[in-house]
Design a protein around this ligand. Structure first.
Ligand code: NAP
Ligand code: GDD
Length: 352
């Protein structure tokens, strides 16, 4: 029988790529979505997944909806990707971020503990946990010193995942993923903001690109490769915590320089900075050491910095080319289209 996976946050960058990956592996895929006034299915549409998955309404803040999502889908594996994932916004909404990213993950752990111990759980942990870095490169053993409410919320989730594993013998693993990007990245994140900005400037739709801290350095990888790591972590013979990273680090300035040069432009002519995009506290430098996952599980990323920038620039150029020819954007997604399978309330006896 096909394995079943429940992905929280299936409408996000990683959720969409992971759904695609698991479907190719023969899984039956369920994903949670939130009711919103403007539906956000463009990534699922872009990858042509809407007819292949089952959507279940759930919010990480709502225990009842999560319990129902797990009960309905009866998953073998849960991938907890749902989060208020934008670090900058966590300074504006620290309590909400804690509720969704920290307590939300704990809700899922509690549900698994009560319902069925052999559901495997992947927790989307993050290199943001390192904050003010204590050593470079960062490994699973590097001390965490978080620098944002997002990171402290994710730290709560990280430790509860470990604690539930050790205390209750759950198969619960943390992937400590360094930044990973793609053409499906949200426009608010710096890489997509840059590649989309370059494409718009090239099409005379924008004159400048205003950014914040150009000196911040990140270890940027390619998202489709990182979702494969999530799956591999859950196929490992024991639950554990793993760093996923490329081992390279580059500054925001270098990213901009490379992106503009691919469009035959000089970033210095277009990039401005404004305090508006600076955070009250930032993470200066991330560079991961992914030797543990390579040696124990065999995962290793292939796409490195220059290739990644090229992939993202190409995709955004093509989008704005299509737009200038009057074609629709892929994110002109349908509003709750009839053809998608949205599960309605469905009470099942809960196995305690
Ligand atoms: P993303 O594109 O921002 O997607 C986040 C997902 O979470 C979306 O589906 C969003 O739904 C959902 N969500 C937000 N609040 C929710 C709530 N209250 N209840 C239910 N769902 C909610 O993020 P991503 O880049 O795919 O990242 C996936 C996960 O990995 C996140 O947990 C992120 O923190 C973590 N992470 C990401 C990276 C990275 O570089 N991408 C690195 C390390 C860790 P809507 O579509 O309705 O907003
Ligand atoms: N978003 C944004 N916008 N960031 C900017 C800008 C700008 O205009 N200008 C400079 N930056 C800097 C930020 O200050 C930060 O140092 C860096 O660019 C990267 O910012 P983001 O792309 O927003 O990503 P992030 O590193 O803060 O967080 C992402 O990666 C984490 C893993 O390390 C998110 O995906 C998190 O969810 C994830 O956990």
């Amino acid at each position: 029988m096909a394995k079943k996976a429940l992905i929280t946050g299936i409408t996000g960058q990683d959720g969409a790529y992971l759904a695609d990956f698991l479907l190719r592996k023969g899984y039956k895929v369920y994903g949670t979505y939130r009711r919103s006034s403007t539906p956000n299915f463009w990534r699922l549409q872009y990858l042509n997944l809407l007819n292949k998955i089952t959507l279940v309404p759930a919010d990480m803040a709502d225990m009842a909806s999560l319990l129902e999502a797990v009960t309905i889908s009866e998953p073998d594996e849960i991938y907890n990707l749902a989060a208020q994932s934008y670090v900058g916004a966590s300074f504006d909404q620290p309590l909400l971020t804690t509720e969704i990213d920290g307590s939300g993950a704990t809700r899922l752990l509690e549900i698994i503990r009560h319902l069925k111990k052999d559901i495997k759980l992947y927790q989307a942990s993050t290199s943001e946990l390192y904050g003010t870095i204590q050593e470079t490169p960062q490994t699973e053993k590097t001390q965490f010193k978080p620098n944002s409410p997002y990171a402290t919320a994710k730290l709560l989730a990280f430790h509860n995942t470990r604690i539930y594993r050790e205390a209750y013998n759950l198969f619960a693993s943390n992937g400590i993923l360094f930044n990973h990007e793609s053409p499906l990245r949200g426009l608010e994140f710096v890489t997509r903001k840059i590649t989309n900005g370059v494409a718009r400037i090239k099409h005379n739709l924008q004159k400048e690109l205003v950014l914040g801290n150009l000196e911040a350095k990140r270890d940027w990888g390619f998202a489709p490769e990182y979702v494969e790591a999530m799956w591999m972590i859950l196929q490992h013979d024991k639950p554990d915590d793993f760093v996923c990273a490329t081992g390279e680090t580059h500054s925001v300035k270098e990213f901009a320089e490379e992106a503009f040069s691919l469009a035959n432009l000089n970033y210095k002519d277009f990039v401005k900075t404004d305090k508006l995009f600076m955070r009250p506290k930032d993470v200066d430098l991330l560079r991961g050491d992914a030797r543990k996952i390579k040696e124990q599980i065999g995962w290793e990323p292939k796409v490195k910095f220059k290739e990644l920038v090229k992939i993202m620039i190409k995709a955004d150029m093509e989008r704005w080319d299509k737009f200038s020819k009057g074609e629709l954007f892929p994110w002109d997604a349908p509003n709750y289209p009839n053809e998608i399978s949205v599960l309605k309330r469905h009470i099942k006896k809960i196995r305690l």
